[in-house]
Ligand binder design. Structure first.
Ligand SMILES: C[C@H](O)[C@@H](O)[C@@H](O)[C@H](O)C(=O)O
Ligand SMILES: [Mg+2]
Length: 443
């Protein structure tokens, strides 16, 4: 039983200087310091359990998100956890409909990232109190309770509560076998770790050959800044992995619509499965045009890591603008909003291939995609979850990868909790790591 009143919300600005090694770099984010606004919820319950929530940010963006988390705090403080999860839809709507804060959203940007961090902490605490990993909490929930967590406002034209329930009911068949399959073999993953844009060719080669040795079969390469570089790097990777393995490309919103088509036509010889974020994440019709133009080349469009909310996903699906849908555990309004997107994707029969990496995104999103397989999609066809090999050592319950697959987490919670010492050392600007770096830079 969920219990306790929220007695404290603290939020930390935690940053890792990943830009120093070019890790995480792409055509638009050339110097990313992987960071998180890290929320800790405490209650007055005697069990002493805390809820941890994160949202992924980059460097200086973090302090803005931290500010927004503090602005949302009054909605959570002194609330009874049972009341929150007992009317989770209502609570989601309360957070996202704050009459003053929604003006700087609504349900998008900084304030939505902050909402995700807070709600992720609530889900972590709920799962911990139930003594289950989050994916299992979701899998064991009856369809009615699951859909009662979703705010269907703005999506009832494509998915009603009744339809969502029906999808979940139909997917009850074979659930037990799928859960066993996950526990035995895990959820298939692909790696992005080898080919960040800022890596020199030698690094790319070395990481690619290590990944092949470790059994990876699907690889993503950053593209979009310079065509000749892209041709050289894609050739290098394709030659190393051979014709059978899967290659994906990610332009991180670098191009205009015609440019995306032209550029990808030149990269088509390397047989990419998808081009990710070819243009602005807000340009639904642009994505549809690119999808249509690239379909004859066998290249699909993937997008979602910077998709604001369920409404944009709804329209991307309606407009046939994407072939692979990439949910993000920290950009959408936590599990609540992600559930609605998983269900819409199922209705439109579009495979979900989550965005991960960053700080803790792998830790979180594995729960959602494992739930998706067991309780919603019931399929692994054209599906895989991103994996990036950075910063897991800072998490108390890091992901477990075996033979290029995510093994379902066994610990209770949402795997969001970071090691206390890591948080302390990386807090900006007073953590030891930043104190040293800032003083070396003369700040
Ligand atoms: C700035 C980040 O590293 C992005 O490049 C990254 O999330 C990327 O788009 C990805 O798909 O992993
Ligand atoms: Mg991407």
């Amino acid at each position: 039983m969920v219990h306790g009143r929220v007695s404290r919300l603290s939020v930390h600005d935690v940053r890792f200087p990943t830009s120093l090694g070019g890790h995480g770099s792409d055509a638009m984010h050339t110097d990313p310091d992987y960071s998180a606004a890290y929320v800790v919820l405490e209650t007055d319950a005697e069990d002493g359990l805390k809820g941890y929530g994160i949202t992924f940010t980059l460097g200086r963006g973090t302090e803005v998100v931290v500010c927004a988390v503090n602005a949302l705090a009054p909605h959570v403080l002194n609330k009874d956890l049972g009341d929150i999860v007992g009317d989770f839809r209502g609570f989601y709507r309360q957070l996202t409909s704050d009459g003053q804060l929604r003006w700087i959203g609504p349900e998008k940007g900084v304030v939505h990232l902050a909402t995700a961090a807070v709600l992720n902490a609530v889900w972590d605490l709920w799962a911990k109190q139930e003594g289950k990993p989050l994916w299992k909490l979701l899998v064991d929930m009856d369809p009615r309770t699951l859909v009662s967590c979703i705010d269907f406002r703005y999506i009832t034209d494509v998915l009603t509560e009744e339809e969502a329930c029906e999808i979940l009911r139909q997917s009850q068949v074979g659930k037990k076998e799928r859960e066993e399959q996950m526990l035995a073999h895990g959820y298939p993953a692909y790696t992005t770790s080898c080919a960040w844009l800022g890596y020199p060719d030698a690094t790319l080669k070395q990481l690619c050959s290590e990944a092949l040795k470790d059994g990876w079969t699907r690889f993503k390469v950053k593209v979009g800044a310079d065509l000749q570089d892209d041709i050289r790097r894609c050739r290098l990777v394709r030659n190393m992995i051979g014709p059978e393995k899967t290659l994906m490309m990610d332009a991180n919103q670098r191009w205009d619509v015609p440019e995306a088509v032209e550029w990808m036509t030149k990269l088509a010889e390397f047989k990419p499965l998808w081009i990710e974020e070819p243009t602005s994440p807000d340009d639904i019709l642009g994505h549809a045009a690119i999808s249509k133009a690239l379909a004859p080349l066998g290249i699909g469009v993937a997008t979602g890591e910077q998709c604001h909310n369920r409404v944009i996903f709804k329209q991307l699906l309606q407009a046939k603008a994407l072939k692979f849908l990439q949910i993000d555990s920290c950009r959408l309004g936590s599990v609540n909003e992600n559930l609605s997107v998983l269900l819409m994707a199922k209705k439109f029969e579009i495979p979900v291939c989550p965005h991960a990496g960053g700080v803790g995104l792998c830790e979180l999103v594995q729960h959602l995609i494992i739930f998706d397989f067991i309780s919603v999609s019931a399929s692994l066809q054209d599906r895989m979850c991103e994996y990036v090999d950075h910063l897991h050592e800072h998490f108390k319950y890091p992901v477990l990868i075996r033979e290029a697959a995510y093994l379902p987490p066994k610990d209770a919670g949402y795997s969001t909790e970071m090691k206390e010492d890591s948080v302390k050392r990386h807090r900006y600007p007073d953590g030891e790591v930043w104190k040293k770096l800032l003083s070396a830079q003369g700040n």
